[in-house]
Design a protein around this ligand. Structure first.
Ligand code: FAD
Length: 371
């Protein structure tokens, strides 16, 4: 586990059906989960590491120093968990959070619908109160890993007459509940990381509603700030991974470690400087969040900048490899990793809210410009 993340199969997502690539991968998750170090700063009463911000920072640095791969990639830890810590009741926290820390539940996110993407509050999937349970109908779209998730956290319409932000609720349910069907959608890259999900009279126990009925929009927005921060990490080079400069030197003509192509040299240098400045800014913001300051709209700025930076990095990788970037299949080029990863970066600036939407939020909430 002391090698940088190479391809998707290196990522451990945990959950009921997860196929571990090796015994090491399984053990790494188990050991990190036991100590709560998959969620180092969550309270230990919910299975987290219970570390204060200084210790959490030290743990992160030590893990980077030994090139340790993350033990768990998890929407539960990076998206749902913070929302549960803030909005769930004590039983829900006690039940779900320790399972999330140990990587026992893989979550998917049911937010977008065919007519509710950027304008998320227009979502329609109706959840009806049937006395002793709820009944869910409608559909979701672009659900990442909708076919692999064990449970979904989902936004539903519980009051069709209220203004659009008012009648939304936040529920959790098991994807094996009868009446749920997930259909993968194929991307231009040939991969199918997301699905359409259909609900046909899905029975949901009432204790799986998080927060108050019709008050789900606040939870949705809070969760999105964490999602946006998570996606912004795509702008940072993974711990232990080669820098763009090293890759360029290995793959383009250079003398004494200096790239011959002055334009490429300038582009790589500019990107590495921007990335360093971004990493330091993120680090400062993390210190602030550990000190209890909410990221709020700043997460939109990070998401915008990180994903645009990642697109620039992959554009440059395509340039550096020249015609070797083009083959789509075959062992020599890891089944087209370079062009497929380049295509995937386009999705980063759409998922979690598009770049245009992040700029709208920055304009309104940070710069105070009129709508
Ligand atoms: C890789 C990937 C994974 C995803 N995973 C999930 C998931 O797990 N769960 C989930 O619920 N959703 C997921 N999504 C969906 C994602 O959240 C939506 O695609 C996104 O919010 C945009 O919505 P839309 O696709 O309906 O585009 P639209 O809202 O139709 O936008 C189309 C275009 O119009 C622009 N636009 C729209 N409104 C404005 C405005 N007010 N001002 C300026 N420009 C505007 C947008 O920026 C965009 O360029 C995923 C998407 C991708 C690409």
């Amino acid at each position: 586990m002391r090698h940088p993340y190479g391809s998707e199969k290196d990522a451990c997502w945990g959950g009921r059906g997860f196929q571990f690539q090796s015994e090491d991968q399984r053990l790494w998750l188990e050991r990190m989960g036991e100590r709560g170090w998959t969620a180092p700063s969550w309270p230990s009463e919910y299975g987290g590491g219970g570390l204060d911000r200084e210790h959490a920072k030290i743990l992160k640095k030590e893990m980077a120093r030994i090139n340790a791969r993350p033990a768990l990639y998890s929407f539960g830890i990076n998206m749902l968990g913070p929302a549960l810590l803030k909005y769930a009741n004590q039983e829900q926290k006690k039940h779900f959070l320790p399972q999330i820390v140990r990587g026992e539940i893989r979550w998917c996110q049911g937010y977008s619908e065919p007519n509710a993407g950027s304008d998320l509050a227009s979502l329609q999937a109706p959840l009806e109160d049937k006395g002793d349970h709820y009944l869910l109908n409608g559909s979701k779209v672009w659900t990442s890993y909708g076919d692999k998730g064990d449970w979904m956290f989902c936004l539903v319409r519980t009051d069709g007459d209220a203004s659009k932000h008012e009648g939304i609720s936040f529920v959790l349910f098991d994807m094996e509940t009868p009446g749920i069907k997930a259909r993968p959608i194929k991307l231009i890259s040939g991969r199918s990381p997301f699905c359409e999900v259909f609900f046909d009279n899905v029975k949901i126990p009432k204790d799986q509603l998080v927060g108050e009925l019709n008050k789900g929009w606040s939870i949705a927005k809070y969760l999105l700030t964490h999602e946006r921060e998570m996606i912004s990490w795509t702008g940072l080079t993974q711990a232990g991974a080669k820098s763009l400069g090293e890759i360029a030197r290995q793959n383009s003509p250079s003398r004494n470690g200096i790239l011959d192509d002055t334009f490429l040299r300038a582009d790589v240098t500019r990107l590495e400087m921007d990335e360093l400045a971004f990493a330091l800014t993120i680090e400062r913001a993390r210190d602030e969040t550990r000190a209890g300051v909410s990221l709020g709209a700043v997460s939109s700025w990070f998401k915008y900048y990180g994903t645009e930076l990642n697109k620039r990095r992959h554009d440059l990788l395509m340039d550096i490899h020249g015609s070797r970037s083009l083959p789509w299949e075959g062992e020599g080029n890891e089944d087209g990793k370079i062009p497929r990863d380049w295509l995937r970066t386009k999705g980063n600036s759409i998922e979690g809210g598009t770049s245009e939407i992040q700029l709208n939020i920055v304009a309104k909430r940070i710069l105070g410009l009129p709508s």
